[in-house]
Design a protein. Sequence first.
Length: 389
Amino acid sequence: MRSCCFASILGIGLSMAAQAGEDIKVGVVLPYSGVYASLGADITDGMQLALDLYGSEIAGRKIVLITEDSEVKPNVGLTKTKKLVFQDKVDLLVGPVASNVAGAMRDFVHNAKMPLIIPNAGNNLLTGEKCSPWVIRTSFSNDQINRVMGPWLYEQGHRTLYLMAPDYAAGHQMMAAVRRGFTEAGGEVLGEEYPPLRETKDFAPYLAKVKAIRPDALYVFFAGGLAIQFVKQYHEFGLKAEIPLTGAGWLTSPLFLPAQGSAAAGFIGALNYVPTIDSDENREFQFAFNEKYKRIASEFTVQGFDTGRLIVEALKITGGETADKAAFVRAIHAVEFTGPRGPFRIDPLTNNVIQDIYIFETRQGGYNIRHVVIDKIADVQDPPNGCVM
Ligand code: BEZ
């Protein structure tokens, strides 16, 4: 027993000594092609900005990002994850964007005891029933963003809803969250539609049903190319005046607004960040991002930025050591800061972020279209949802 432990302590000591001066390799699995390609690019740029601002070298070790394209495909995401771990021998992982890809990666990283920091994918299970000490989420859970909207919409006077989202884990989990809150408040869901994630090019058949059923409001989740297409067609159908458009706030992300234009006006959504948050931290962040990338930073950028900042601050605590993965995760739990979206910390009970959720309206003012915050729910924390670490 004694010789086993002495040997393993010596082993850790040697591997730490061997690490000094070596790069800290962060394996990044994000979509750089497919329906969520622009989200992957924004997250990567946000992470890079955080390294520029908070330090890209800790205790003589340079932090380098090794990026791989998940293509928004679960099997590709898993293959790229294994390549980063076995071939590139990364120290930690960041990714993915999509809930289905996160689901595919979960068992591998859990069994490999490899820290995975999720900068977007909201799959509830990964910080709920299938939580892991090695899986930490800096973005949101699908439930966390959407469950606040059910009671809120009921309070606004809506009594019936129709739901629409892509047919995969995130779509179903988000709609379940809003349905639960809305029906518990006394409302009724009149129907729901789940168009395919990758193949949907035309929403006309789905919108025709909404028009015929006439709910008090339509609640949707779409992001990427689907969000652009959906908003344009909703506008063309002339439905907005009769049936208010509400939903998960990614629909009118600053990433999609230039393509949507005035068609996006009037949407009411919930999200963990909008560019118009009135704080010094947000103004400084938007300024720094704009200086470097010449565009408005989105919620995806912020999630990448806060992920980068969390990694840097945790590495400062471990003195740049990454061999002891449990110590790295403990350091992550010790980091707290106020960033562009407000107070940020990781809940050690679930490894999901605790954060403010903003309810906003996308409003047109002259030639400008912007997100106007109309309500804020502070410090939204997920219940354990079956998570036992
Ligand atoms: C998801 O798949 O979890 C997701 C994708 C895009 C935006 C939000 C959530």
